[in-house]
Design a binder for this molecule. Structure first.
Ligand code: ZN
Length: 543
């Protein structure tokens, strides 16, 4: 027998049930029960037990699972069985449900036939070292070396200019040999493509007439430290990959969403350049960290913007649920990875910000005076209502949808008398909400209340024609990162998160300002390796 359909359910109500004979009522109840079981099983589907993609999993549940595994590792005596039972609100029913519960039967017919529920849950405890293992190459693993030496196209000599002791200019002897040297791979843009070439850098010692020996040294910049890390990232010129090539690698990772391993393969196959995964990782982090001071400047500049769109999306840092935030104006985009708490906003929007915020329905924004709610979110909710079983709710949903869309159209096309055209629409929308608020259908009531409670923010764009009615800019800015997170499973460390967000911010800002992000970032890396502060994004200086 097929399951009940939408129109079947729509015909049922209290009166119908009361009118039925007991036997038929049981029959109807069984049909409804069958439908409920089917729906419940669908609700419990996720990427692990069905062909649904991982992106369809709830971000909260993903984060929660990871947490509970970590808790199990920390706490050797967890009450796992209780957690299991919690899923089943009535433990007495377990036996009766067993045959129908697909999860349990899978556990019972495990390959070895011996695994119990407890063993399966406790599995992560079996090898706590595996959980705590650092990422990357393990101590004692075999190393790889370059099998052919790099062939430099030219040699760049570095001489000391002044005596370090007495500040007298130094004379360099032609027959002198360098005391150190290293190869640098750099990328060059040619009229029809790119070229990677190698140069050899030689460093010399100068001997002064005062007897003091002065060495020329590669410049050094700041060190980015992370607690517990074996090797911190130090900005220095004494590295294999030049600034432009490092930026290219960062572009492949950040903009083209390639993994470190894929970048290695790409460089090897297409560029005949062999680089280790560690070197590639260093380049990506270096580009991000070099952008930190630029982003600090961008946040300051952003406070002067008239309109800022704000949005957030789930992000994972070492498997834990975080949020990737974006604040975007017409010329500046700043990204930030952190929690979803309100204080996190202070990384993007300072207390001094006096402009308009365009946001979706997140609670953290609601107490703001200059605030525009994204109408696209409300419209989506209204569309969902139009498909409601309750016919009245569906009609009301239709009405709300028409008025919300009407507002956007009137403002978009209305010209000078747009506001006049809007006032009857506003009146109808308010009436629809006031009526909807009294309805029984909970989703309709919720949407009507949402619009009424936040009325000024919903219709702010009617009074201020410069405001956009939707938060599309911010959502579009996040789109790239959403896909990226699905491919890469997020970042691993707080430094990595900050570096990723910084690189996104600078690239997006450069794109908004119509300047080439890559030469700007390469220059920023070049300066950072010398310990010099970056130049601000050019258009922001001129603005
Ligand atoms: Zn001297």
């Amino acid at each position: 027998m097929s399951l009940l359909k939408k129109e079947d359910i729509a015909q049922m109500n209290r009166n119908y049930f009361q009118s039925l004979e007991p036997e038929i009522l049981v029959e109807v109840a069984c049909n409804l029960h069958e439908l409920a079981v089917d729906q419940m099983e669908r609700l419990e589907q996720n990427s692990k037990n069905s062909s649904r993609p991982p992106s369809s999993d709830s971000p909260y549940q993903k984060g929660a699972k990871k947490d509970s595994v970590e808790n199990n590792v920390e706490n050797p005596d967890p009450k796992n069985t209780d957690e299991n039972n919690a899923e089943n609100p009535d433990p007495k029913n377990t036996d009766g449900n067993r045959a129908e519960n697909p999860e349990q039967s899978v556990i019972d017919t495990d390959e070895k036939g011996a695994a119990t529920v407890n063993e399966l849950v406790e599995q992560p405890m079996a090898d706590p070292k595996a959980e705590n293992r650092c990422a990357g190459k393990q101590p004692g693993a075999q190393g790889f070396w370059r099998d052919a030496p790099l062939i430099p196209e030219g040699t760049i000599p570095h001489y000391p200019e002044l005596c370090a002791a007495c500040n007298v200019p130094l004379q360099i002897h032609v027959d002198q040999s360098p005391y150190m040297g290293y190869h640098v791979l750099e990328l060059e843009k040619t009229p029809s493509g790119i070229r990677i070439f190698c140069t050899l850098h030689h460093y010399y010692v100068g001997v002064c007439s005062c007897g003091h020996e002065t060495k020329a040294c590669p410049s050094e910049g700041t060190v980015s430290t992370v607690e517990g890390r074996k090797k911190d990232l130090k900005f220095t010129e004494y590295v294999l990959v030049g600034p432009m090539f490092a930026t290219f690698i960062a572009a492949l990772s950040n903009r083209h969403r390639m993994s470190r391993v894929k970048i290695k393969e790409f460089l090897s196959c297409w560029m005949k350049t062999e680089l280790g995964v560690g070197t590639i990782d260093r380049c990506i982090r270096e580009a991000g960290i070099a952008c930190f001071p630029v982003v600090e400047e961008l946040v300051k500049e952003l406070q002067d913007a008239k309109i800022v769109g704000l949005d957030e999306t789930p992000w994972y840092q070492k498997g834990q649920l975080k949020w990737l935030w974006v604040a975007i104006s017409s010329t500046i985009a700043v990204f930030h990875i952190g929690t979803r708490k309100k204080v996190e906003l202070l990384n993007l929007i300072l207390v001094s910000f006096a402009g308009w915020l365009v946001t979706d329905g997140y609670r953290g924004y609601l107490d703001r005076e200059r605030h525009q709610r994204c109408l696209a979110h409300l419209i989506r909710k209204a569309i969902a209502l139009t498909g409601a079983l309750d016919q009245k709710a569906a009609k009301m949903g239709d009405w709300l949808l028409k008025e919300l869309r009407g507002l956007i159209h009137a403002m978009a096309e209305g010209g000078e008398d747009a506001q006049k055209k809007c006032s009857p629409i506003l009146a109808r929308l308010k009436r629809a909400c006031i009526l909807g608020e009294k309805e029984e259908y909970s989703k309709l009531r919720a949407l009507a209340r949402e619009i009424l409670n936040d009325w000024d923010a919903v219709v702010a764009f009617v009074k201020n024609p410069d405001l956009p009615p939707t938060n599309n800019e911010a959502e579009r800015a996040l789109r790239h990162a959403v896909i990226s997170c699905g491919i890469s499973f997020g970042t691993r460390t707080s430094e990595g998160s900050r570096a990723y967000a910084a690189l996104l911010s600078v690239i997006e800002t450069c794109r908004l300002c119509n300047i080439d992000p890559w030469s700007y970032i390469a220059e920023t890396i070049r300066l950072a390796r010398k310990g010099i502060a970056p130049i601000p994004v050019p258009s922001i200086v001129s603005a």
